[in-house]
Design a protein around this ligand. Structure first.
Ligand code: CUA
Length: 302
């Protein structure tokens, strides 16, 4: 679900209200103006004293009153959208990268947990996002959960929200940031507290690499570990996304592919076609057997 008109938090609901009031109110005014224009164009007898009243009333007083009320309402809406989450709330650091999301959970009572391109939240609890960018300006936006916030190199911007219902939502980058700007999305899964705790504990644990070691050997021998971390193996690169539990995520490649072994193989072979100008090189030179083994190993990293 990626719709600002299907709000799942109080701040998103405020923004949706603003939208509907604007559409209905200004739509009605537009219809009235069109009706008046048609009436005037059809050669009705023009009487100056009525025209004068119309211009003062509908041309000056009415817009002043309506726009002042609209502006006051809109401005009063901003401070609650920027309210920080109360102390002790869950904080999540998100960095916009070209073109994916680096996510680090900062739980109030435990060590940080790294992942990428996916955010899970406990329902009904406030959460604060600390937003940064190491390269260009991105913008963090989960339409169903709240307003958007720019991610600006050299600064930390913040946005807080409280999801009010469980479900899977979609987030996107809302600021043009290069060739693959439109391919920089993420899944947001809102869970009951218990399910959230189970998930975070799983994410914090090292990878479960399974009995088939061949995929892991190919991963390490191909140099993947220079850019990617898989906790529990020798791979500890920090340039690309953390892959420790990549097989357990909702989607792949910053929400552009389904999460299955076939998509891993496609991504490894056609990286630059799937995401133009991506920094990761394609691994099409790997023999088919090796590529399939690597894809199956990554898919099993749940
Ligand atoms: Cu990042 Cu657009």
């Amino acid at each position: 679900m990626q719709s600002a008109l299907a709000p799942a938090s109080p701040s998103a609901a405020r923004i949706a209200d603003l939208f509907w009031v604007s559409i209905v109110g200004f739509g009605a005014i537009w219809l009235a103006v069109v009706a008046l224009a048609l009436y005037a164009a059809h050669g009705r007898k023009y009487r100056f004293e009525h025209g004068h009243k119309l211009i003062v009333g509908a041309g000056a007083i009415f817009p002043t009153v309506v726009l002042t009320a609209y502006l006051s309402w809109g401005l009063a809406m901003i401070p609650p959208l920027l309210d920080p989450a109360p102390p002790g709330s869950l904080r999540i650091s998100v960095k916009g990268e070209q073109w994916w999301w680096r996510v680090r959970y900062l739980p109030p009572d435990g060590p940080p947990v790294d992942l990428a391109n996916e955010i899970r939240l406990p329902v009904g609890e406030p959460v604060e996002f600390l937003l940064e960018s190491p390269d260009v300006i991105h913008s963090f936006w989960i339409p169903s959960l709240g307003g958007k916030m720019d991610m600006i190199p050299g600064r930390v911007t913040r946005i807080s929200l409280t999801p009010t219902r469980t479900g899977t939502f979609r987030g996107a980058c809302a600021e043009y940031c290069g060739a693959s700007h439109a391919l920089m999305n993420f899944a947001v899964v809102v869970l009951e507290r218990e399910a959230f705790d189970r998930w975070l504990a799983k994410e914090a644990a090292p990878a479960r690499t399974g009995p088939d070691a061949r995929g892991q050997e190919i991963f390490l021998a191909s140099g993947c570990g220079a850019c990617h971390t898989v906790r529990g193996t020798a791979a500890n690169g920090v340039i690309g996304p953390d892959l420790t539990h990549v097989g357990g995520r909702v989607s792949l490649g910053a929400d552009i592919l389904p999460n299955d072994a076939e998509s891993f193989a496609r991504w490894l072979r056609h990286t630059g076609q799937l995401k133009p100008e991506v920094h990761m090189p394609a691994y099409g030179m790997l023999p088919e057997d090796d590529l399939q083994a690597l894809a199956a190993w990554l898919d099993a990293l749940e």
